[in-house]
Design a binder for this molecule. Structure first.
Ligand SMILES: NC(=O)c1ccc[n+]([C@@H]2O[C@H](COP(=O)([O-])OP(=O)(O)OC[C@H]3O[C@@H](n4cnc5c(N)ncnc54)[C@H](O)[C@@H]3O)[C@@H](O)[C@H]2O)c1
Length: 336
């Protein structure tokens, strides 16, 4: 049987390595090979292989995933890595609002020019499906729940660059017939996020280092927190569905304030380890929106997507990962 190759750009990062592990674990008998394009600016080869190892596939430590070290800002790298590929999941990006405010030009180069390079390479290689990781940021400060019908008005350069990426996906579908789909992820959390600056990751990191949980602003800002396994499932569903030229909100449709999240993290931590954590408040971050959660009706209808993990379950699994990373394996009834 001919091998079908999935290329994951940014595959050494948080979301990419979980997708790689899932594809290898669940779909190997379906004849899927995984290739990763990553410049290793954030993720590393070790991160990728330790995730695969943890997913019960130690043989992939030395192979199984083809890792191509390259940069999406370089067209030759994109062109080279996409050869023979059936499905591209384009995750490599500048991923932060804060970095985009500090350096909008660098954000544009990765998220706009890099995405265009990948689309053009995919078009030339006659790729069958292109999935683009977008976010809620293109929509900006609007009354939630946000949905695909809302006119985008980005607040941050990151929101603007992701919106441009969505625009190019639509244009490549309509002009060139490349089946591209944009998925607007909510705030993703879960195992593998140790390097992330996102709230869940930084709350656990601080708490386990004996530092207070630090909240930007007064904590009344809201987000839609989605567990990594649900995001991975959404990408796989979108790759299989007839949904070219479409954009989807991929989240849970639950609005959680950062204060509520902090309380849930503290509770999870105390129940599991006995650790009690203080909270401190800092200044609000520029470019951050006040309220954000998503209506996922369209993803339910067209992709059959349903988020399955509750926040409490997801936080428990995420804490286990952070404890493993910190080398803590015992429960609170023993020594921690
Ligand atoms: N994590 C979230 O909550 C979230 C939410 C919404 C959207 N997204 C989007 O999902 C995607 C993946 O996010 P993540 O959390 O896994 O990020 P991450 O930073 O963990 O991973 C990104 C990976 O891309 C690589 N990379 C960065 N620039 C590159 C370049 N120029 N060329 C090649 N590789 C490059 C990095 O080395 C890293 O391994 C991003 O596009 C992000 O904008 C993430």
């Amino acid at each position: 049987m001919m091998k079908r190759i999935w290329l994951i750009t940014g595959g050494c990062g948080f979301i990419g390595k979980s997708l790689a592990a899932y594809l290898l674990e669940k779909q190997r008998r379906g004849g899927i090979d995984v290739r990763v394009l990553d410049n290793l600016s954030v993720g590393s080869e070790k991160d990728l292989f330790s995730m695969l190892h943890h997913a019960g596939r130690p043989e992939f430590r030395t192979g199984g995933v083809e890792l191509f070290r390259g940069d999406i800002r370089n067209f030759e790298d994109c062109f080279h890595s996409v050869r023979g590929v059936e499905t591209v999941v384009h995750l490599a990006a500048n991923t932060g609002v804060e970095q985009s405010v500090r350096n909008p030009l660098a954000d544009m180069e990765a998220n706009v020019a890099g995405t265009l390079n990948m689309l053009e390479a995919a078009r030339r290689a006659r790729v069958r499906k292109f999935i683009f990781a977008s976010s809620g940021a293109p929509l900006g400060e609007v009354q939630p729940p946000i949905h695909e019908g809302v006119a985008p008005r980005p607040v941050s350069p990151y929101g603007a660059s992701k919106l441009a990426g969505e625009g190019y996906c639509m244009a490549y579908t309509r002009t060139f017939g490349l089946p591209a789909t944009a998925l607007r992820f909510g705030n993703v959390y879960g195992p593998g996020s140790g390097h992330k600056g996102s709230v869940v990751a930084s709350f656990f990191r601080n708490a386990l280092n004996g530092l207070p949980i630090e909240i930007s602003g007064d904590g009344s800002q809201t987000r839609d927190f989605i567990y990594i396994e649900d995001i991975v499932r959404a990408m796989v569903l979108a790759a299989k569905a007839q949904c070219e030229g479409e954009v989807f909100q991929i989240a849970t449709c639950r609005e959680t304030s950062v204060n509520e999240l902090a309380a849930a993290v503290r509770r999870t931590l105390e129940e599991r380890t006995g650790i009690r954590t203080a909270v401190s408040f800092g200044s609000a971050r520029p470019g951050d929106v006040k309220r954000n959660y998503s209506d996922i009706t369209k993803a339910r209808r067209m992709l059959g997507f349903e988020p399955l993990t509750t926040l409490d379950e997801g936080l428990q699994k995420t804490l286990e990962y952070f404890l493993r990373e910190a080398g803590v394996t015992q429960r609170k009834d023993r020594a921690v």
